[in-house]
Design a protein around this ligand. Structure first.
Ligand SMILES: [Zn+2]
Length: 374
């Protein structure tokens, strides 16, 4: 090990910190754009960097199927393969096996499944997941775990969490230590307080470079997610980064940072950018809506990204109506830039000890809704 973590300042439960990896540092709280198949869809790596992103997430499940981890390793690792020189975090493959593959079978050993691409049979275990993430040259490797579905009976949540804890130990044993590379454990236990605490205890006993909160953003809703964080983050180690997996919308990010989370990843800014949905200071905007057809104003007048600086709502609307790829590119850029701006605003508010006022102003502006039609 390890990746370093420095806690710079606190404001309430919120934390301003810095992660150090072999491929660079990450200011936290941080949002990680998702580069599923070794690309952040519709964006050049330089453009992703220009939005302010310092770390990307890659998906083990997708990359092990295509092009295969051995091929990526042969070609110099994921950084070189996709031309992203900054830090990369990879998930363990567990979540996507459950959501995408066919004919899954879980045992103590791991998961066997059929690829959603060609139907071929594969196995993922804690050991093979560690090996694949090593071959990809991921700076932050995630433990192989079972993402507990929701809703779930408490006894099933407990069984699933305990299996993940045994897999966490096997992941730790199989992980190859290198300077600037780290391994994160994943706290499970669904929405049950005692199970979350049992999981944290099991993980801290093993010892990891960071701790993720898994099993949220699976349909429980924002209120249940926040109340789960309320009893989870206070028990997590103070001197290690905390990562809330698969979250979320801008107001999820703000609320989770207020509850002591340092890192996030989510497909929303990129996926929504490709369907015509933009996140702005004043809530979401569907650019396909006819009200934008003759609107010469920028998507978000307060945004300095190339999409808002150089193009009108009318033009973006036209691009989406005609199915032009540039529309997908511009809206993706804006969404990623906006998410990074939300995080930068949170970082400076924590540093200045004014997170409460900052979060209140953020919510007031979001609640206003989109600018009035002309
Ligand atoms: Zn913009």
């Amino acid at each position: 090990m390890t990746v370093g973590y420095e806690l710079i300042s606190k404001d309430g439960a919120a934390r301003r910190g810095r992660l150090t990896t072999a491929h660079g540092t990450i200011e936290t709280p941080a949002f990680m754009p998702v580069g599923t198949a070794a690309t952040v869809k519709c964006m050049l790596p330089d453009s992703v960097k220009a939005t302010g992103a310092e770390i990307l997430l890659g998906n083990t499940y997708h990359l092990m199927l295509r092009p295969g981890a051995e091929r990526v390793e042969k070609l110099g690792g994921l950084h070189r393969f996709m031309n992203w020189s900054g830090p990369i975090l990879t998930d363990s493959g567990g979540f996507q096996v459950m959501s995408l593959s066919k004919l899954r079978k879980i045992s103590e050993q791991g998961v066997t499944f059929q690829s959603h691409v060609d139907g071929k049979s594969h196995e993922l275990t804690p050991e093979s997941s560690m090996k694949i993430q090593h071959q990809l040259d991921s700076n932050i490797t995630m433990c192989f775990d079972e993402c507990t579905p929701f809703p779930v009976e408490k006894k099933d949540a407990a069984e699933s969490m305990r299996l993940s804890m045994r897999w966490a130990q096997r992941s730790r044993d199989a992980f190859v230590d290198r300077d600037g590379y780290g391994l994160f454990g994943i706290v499970q236990g669904s929405v049950f307080e005692d199970l979350r605490h049992e999981s944290i205890e099991a993980l801290t006993k093993i010892g990891f470079d960071g701790y993720a909160v898994g099993g949220l953003a699976v349909g429980e809703g924002q209120e249940a997610m926040f109340s789960t964080l309320d009893f989870t983050t206070p028990s997590m180690p103070e001197d290690k980064p905390r990562y809330l997996m698969g979250v979320g919308k801008p107001d999820d990010l703000v609320g989770a940072v207020e509850r002591g989370i340092d890192m996030f990843d989510c497909v929303l800014p990129t996926r929504c950018g490709r369907t015509g949905q933009a996140f702005t200071r004043r809530g979401t905007v569907n650019i396909r809506n006819a009200r934008h057809a003759e609107d010469p104003r920028p998507l978000d007048p307060g945004c300095a990204c190339p999409c808002c600086r150089d193009y009108s709502r009318a033009y973006l609307h036209h691009l989406f109506k005609t199915g032009e790829v540039l529309g997908l590119m511009l809206l993706t850029w804006h969404n990623l830039a906006y998410f990074q701006e939300v995080m930068a605003g949170l970082r400076s508010a924590i540093e200045g000890g004014r997170l409460k006022e900052h979060a209140a102003a953020f919510r007031t502006e979001q609640a206003l809704g989109d600018i009035e039609p002309l």
